[in-house]
Ligand binder design. Structure first.
Ligand code: CA
Length: 234
């Protein structure tokens, strides 16, 4: 059994902190949040997470200072850090990267964008934790090359269909509501009609199956969609 990666969020804007925690948990990560720099240092001394989402401007100790101290400690030298900076602090990004942050995003950022950075950093840091290639039956999805193949042929999907498939394939059998898929694929704040999900799932299906090939997706009436966990197994 692989354990899900632990992520510590250090952010003093409560709404943003909650939004990040909600989305990271939805992706299966274990999440802990603190609002102050000094609290973060205490947590980090007790337990080292797999990744740190670190705000730049914090009460207590600044994100920059935390990052500098982390890099000086053996146990946290290589801990992946994503810095959150406000617009205007952007010129500071060079300093952040010089001090050892692995990546940074400028507020306001899109949640899917941050999720993508989290995944990519975790993959780099712990390649065994997150598989690059998801596969089921004759279908495979390569996150790195963004290629989807079925029965030896390439399947060309739009970026939204790709993300939808990736998201559902990560948890075969789990039923996602349209709202959950909207949050995960389009972003929490996306003001998009839930029917949009149906349109893209329809396109995804068309791309995945030819002729009499089995449909890897399941529509669950009144609930949403799932990647069929029995796909390729019968
Ligand atoms: Ca702040």
């Amino acid at each position: 059994m692989r354990t899900s990666p632990k992520i510590l969020i250090v952010e003093d804007e409560e709404a943003l902190s909650l939004l990040l925690a909600y989305n990271l948990e939805a992706e299966g990560y274990q999440v802990e949040s603190v609002a102050r720099g000094d609290e973060a240092e205490i947590r980090l001394a007790e337990d080292v997470p797999d990744l740190l989402v670190l705000d730049w401007m914090l009460p207590g100790v600044s994100g920059l200072e935390i990052c500098r101290r982390l890099r000086a400690r053996e146990a946290t030298k290589t801990l992946p850090v994503i810095m959150l900076t406000a617009r205007g602090e952007e010129s500071e990004k060079v300093r952040g990267l010089a001090i050892g942050a692995d990546d940074y995003v400028v507020k306001p950022f899109s949640v899917p964008e941050l999720m993508a950075r989290v995944r990519s950093l975790l993959r780099r840091a712990r390649p065994e934790r997150i598989a690059n290639v998801l596969s089921a039956g004759d279908l495979s999805l390569d996150r790195e090359t963004k290629r989807v193949r079925r029965a030896e042929r390439d399947i060309h999907l739009g970026p939204t269909e790709f993300r939808l498939l990736e998201y559902m394939m990560e948890k075969p059998g789990r039923v996602f509501s349209r709202a959950q898929l909207l949050d995960a694929v389009w972003g929490f704040s996306a003001e998009i009609d839930e029917r949009t999900v149906d349109v893209h799932v329809g396109r995804l299906r068309k791309g995945l199956s030819r002729g009499r090939e089995a449909d890897p997706l399941r529509t669950v009436r009144g609930a949403g969609y799932a990647f069929d966990e029995t796909f390729g197994k019968n």
